[in-house]
Design a protein around this ligand. Sequence first.
Ligand code: SAM
Ligand code: SF4
Length: 474
Amino acid sequence: MRFTPEKLSIPDLRMQPFIDPDEIWDLINNTKPDKSQVRDVISKSLSKKRLTLKETAVLVNASDPDLIEEIKEGARELKKRVYGNRIVLFAPLYIGNKCTNNCQYCGFRISNKEAVRKTLTDEEIIKEVEALEDNGQKRLILVYGEHPEYSADYIAHTVRLVYGIKKGNGEIRRVNINAAPLDIEGFRKVGEAGIGTYQIFQETYHPEAYKWYHLGGKKKDYAWRLTALDRAQEAGIDDVGIGALFGLYDWRFEVLGLVRHANHLEACYNVGPHTISFPRIKDALQLKINPQYQTNDDEFARLIAILRLAVPYTGLILTAREAPDLRREVMQYGVSQIDGGTKLELGSYSESKNEEQNLNREQFRINDSRSLGEVIDELLTLDYIPSFCTSCYRMGRTGEHFMEFSVPGFIKRFCTPNAILTLSEYLCDYATEEIAEKGWKVVEKNLATLDTNVMQKTREKIERIKKGERDIYF
Ligand code: SAM
Ligand code: SF4
């Protein structure tokens, strides 16, 4: 006979809010680390162990410039060891901006009457996805406001639609989602459509601050949002992404909130979040925030390095909200995914004109409007391997199992070869002559780092790609 928690009268704590603001403030206020403590924490992390909340508090409280440099150096080194030199590329696709919530920082808020509201029709989604495929994109994140029109059934429908759109050699191999929290049944429906990651940002982990920013609609409910990814796990979605919107509240509190959330998922479901996002507030119509909490560039670089050290196996996502120079600088501290060729205006990927950003039609202002080609060009110059790999997820190496694979040797056997193969496809199908020339040099250089056997097999696959085969991976 199976004992359920109710039968044993043990409350199921998995679905309960797990943030204790006093505990977090206590850690921030009462951790005064000396040099050796900071160094101990960095070296624990370099042995690829996740940090506790207390250890993360040691890092957020390190203020000596030399120690901050050591934290950044540690993050750079850990990134190399865990992720190698790949950067995974994706693009966001806004499906609809109708919204019943009233978040004070967002241009889609219901009180913003100037916003031009739109939901893409299926025909428009097809046009947009074809345009994205024509640029070489293989991984998308679909974004939705919170509105009765964007039900679980509708989200699942759009996911299936996107997977079915093929143009030339183009196809979308991974569809991630950023949408409102669902109930368990809703998550199940969306999961069954074959999504990659379901991403939900808590925005701020501080309940009082949360209340101040979220004035209306379902999003007002802090606990419903905080426990959303527990419901996703319960519904069988083991690939989830968390995030905080920096600039709403004290950045140190949010870093500890993110780590607490990651540790909660790991403790309850044996699998931490797949990704962490750390968007910073950007200009939007009717933006209303407390300037006291603005996170400056130095703090931003620091918090990325700290997150890298705190959760060594969690992907870190940096978006086009940030300007190219800053992206270049902070990428080295542990970022594993970036977007390229991003446009936020609904329907704009399939419009050939490159218009100025128009805040009536966008959620917020982005600061990197380079094309995917330009982003790839820069990555190649900086010796990164731009990757469109979707192999792990399609081979079932996700969730708990994915953790097993995050072991020494895995990168060289799987990640680097797969990054090389997806880059080769891009170079054959979409690159300008100049980028192709640069790209093949990067391919050769990285092939040389592989073991002979793997190198040989990868070369054979590249030859098959050059002859026209696609979607070959390890
Ligand atoms: N409506 C859903 C929600 O709120 O979860 C979907 C996502 S919303 C379109 C995507 C994310 O954009 C939000 O979670 C928030 O973190 C971020 N965002 C909102 N306003 C922003 C702003 N002014 N600057 C930067 N990021 C912003
Ligand atoms: Fe709506 Fe999301 Fe914007 Fe809030 S952040 S107003 S929920 S789209």
